[in-house]
Design a protein around this ligand. Structure first.
Ligand SMILES: Cc1cc2nc3c(=O)[nH]c(=O)nc-3n(C[C@H](O)[C@H](O)[C@H](O)COP(=O)(O)O)c2cc1C
Length: 501
């Protein structure tokens, strides 16, 4: 199977949804937390210092400084502001309380796991670890040098982000692979932006030999490596690396659900996008499509809300207020500027994603559809008129896409990605979409607005509505920003223990 066949086969249409109607097997809902039985568990100090730099500054590329004295404090800070539990949601119909995390996830199913390798970190033994967000602790799976070379250079901290696709497939079936890739993009930016907020540099690698990385990290067979993120920088407290031998502890991974359902399309797309030899991928990246627009965006709004506060307060809006309340063009300008910054990754040269906006309520912008020209900070109007019904309808009838002030279609140039990187490029386009989505979440939160990622849309209807020719890309993600309705189910939480899941 090629990326094209998988993408085509997992498109939503009225017909496909009718065919696919499935009943969720609640008794078999996968556990969103992975544990390893029989491994030492290392404390990450509670209440790490708040990264104080304004979130919008971090999104624009400015580095913060939050000097912490040692490795445990730095790791705690990094994970508390990128991957930890940050709120809980009580569902009255079931009485269950679910954990919500700093990084969002489609259906709150959290397929992404954070593993990390350390070398020479002050006060922290070299080794291979798995982060357990349910306790905000690190499970030590091995001590010593675990071939940090797997990510170019010798970074003192290397994260390996993995996907447990069965968690997502439990609800979303064969389309779930797309959502897992988006979630990786969100988790990557949660980590990379937090690293920047505390004065570290990060670089991501999507090109690696999948089976080698799975072997080095001793991953369970239900877990697939997706992205390697290395951290560097002077603010990382280091000493000489340990010279002792490498000791494997391992541990037994918990079983996440009683039974699993086969998803042959997911197995096939994963196989198609795997690398089994070091190819020459990425050597012929073509420039992205450009153009000129007639609407120059004004200088962006500012906000002093700290990165730490924004990262932990970020939530997905249940719905938006609709009505008359609009956002300003300067706010929209700040949000769009946050998406236009370069990404630090081996696949992130020219962007593969083009943003289309359905402007519902933006002061100074006629309702209509616009294309964002990132290099020029301009908008090009491609259709005029009220788009609220269309945006909601295209988003599988979800009202929030019409009640928002602005809704986005992210159009991915999947063909260009495939010409450049082969089938692996399919992953990269979705990582980029997730990364842009995460920047949208944080920018909206910093400006006092709310946001929601939308993975469900009628693919080909979107193409028709936007008049996109097949060679102009395909929709890969929707997103909505506006004034959120209060969500009585959610309460902020610093206590990982107070949740059922
Ligand atoms: C890739 C992705 C797709 C999503 N799709 C939808 C969607 O179609 N509709 C919706 O209401 N929320 C959607 N969400 C929001 C999730 O439901 C939300 O992230 C999750 O419930 C956790 O809540 P939190 O973001 O407040 O932590 C999506 C989130 C992500 C990351």
């Amino acid at each position: 199977m090629t990326w094209r066949e998988y993408h085509q086969a997992t498109k939503h249409s009225v017909e496909s949804l009718r065919r696919m109607r499935q009943v969720l097997d609640w008794g078999n809902m996968p556990d969103p937390f992975r544990y390893y039985e029989g491994v030492p568990v290392l404390d990450l100090p509670a209440d790490p210092p708040v990264p104080e730099i304004p979130a919008l500054d971090v999104l624009r590329g400015t580095s913060g400084t939050t000097p912490v004295g040692d490795g445990p404090a730095l790791l705690s800070q990094l994970l508390f502001y990128s991957a930890a539990i940050s709120a809980s949601k009580r569902v009255p119909s079931t009485g269950y309380t679910y954990a919500l995390r700093v990084n969002p996830s489609s259906g709150n199913l959290h397929p992404t796991e954070f593993h990390f390798l350390t070398r020479g970190l002050k006060g922290w033994p070299d080794g291979l670890y798995h982060y357990d967000p349910s306790r905000h602790m690190a499970e030590q799976r091995g001590r010593g040098d675990f071939e940090l070379k797997l990510a170019g250079g010798s970074a003192p901290i290397v994260f390996v982000l993995t996907s447990i696709v069965l968690r997502e497939a439990w609800k979303y079936g064969e389309r779930a692979y797309r959502y897992c890739l988006h979630d990786i993009g969100h988790a990557w930016q949660a980590l990379a932006l937090c690293a920047r907020a505390i004065g570290c540099r990060s670089s991501a690698e999507g090109s690696f030999l999948d089976d080698d990385v799975a072997r080095i990290c001793h991953l369970n067979s239900d877990e697939w490596p997706m992205l390697i993120v290395s951290l560097h920088g002077k603010s990382i407290p280091v000493h000489e690396a340990d010279t002792g031998e490498t000791i494997w502890v391992g541990g037994q991974a918990n079983q996440l659900s009683k039974g699993t359902i086969a998803h042959p399309l997911i197995d096939s797309i994963h196989f198609a996008t795997k690398l089994s030899s070091n190819g020459s991928s990425g050597s012929f990246a073509e420039p992205a499509r450009t153009g000129s627009g007639e609407i120059k965006l004004p200088p962006p709004s500012s906000s002093t809300r700290s990165f730490g506060e924004v990262a932990r307060m970020r939530r997905s809006a249940l719905d938006f207020l609709g009505g008359k309340q609009s956002m300003s063009l300067a706010q929209l300008s700040a949000i769009l500027a946050a998406t236009a910054q370069p990404l630090s990754a081996d696949f992130a040269g020219p962007h593969f994603i083009q943003l289309f906006l359905y402007a519902h309520r933006v002061d100074g912008l006629q309702p209509g559809i616009y294309r964002f020209l990132a290099e020029r900070a301009e908008l090009e109007q491609i259709r005029s008129g009220d788009q609220r019904v269309a945006a909601a309808g295209l988003s599988l009838g979800q009202d929030l896409a019409g009640n928002a002030c602005v809704t986005f279609s992210m159009i991915g140039d999947l063909d260009r990605a495939a010409r450049t990187y082969g089938d692996r490029g399919y992953r990269y386009v979705h990582f980029e979409a997730g990364a842009i989505g995460h920047r949208l979440y944080l920018a909206a939160e910093a400006l006092g607005l709310g946001a929601t990622g939308i993975g469900a849309f009628y693919d080909d209807e979107v193409h028709r509505h936007l008049n996109l020719l097949p060679n102009q890309g395909q929709v890969v993600y929707h997103f909505a920003i506006g004034y959120p309705v209060p969500d009585p189910r959610v309460s902020a939480s610093n206590e990982p223990q107070d949740v059922t899941w």
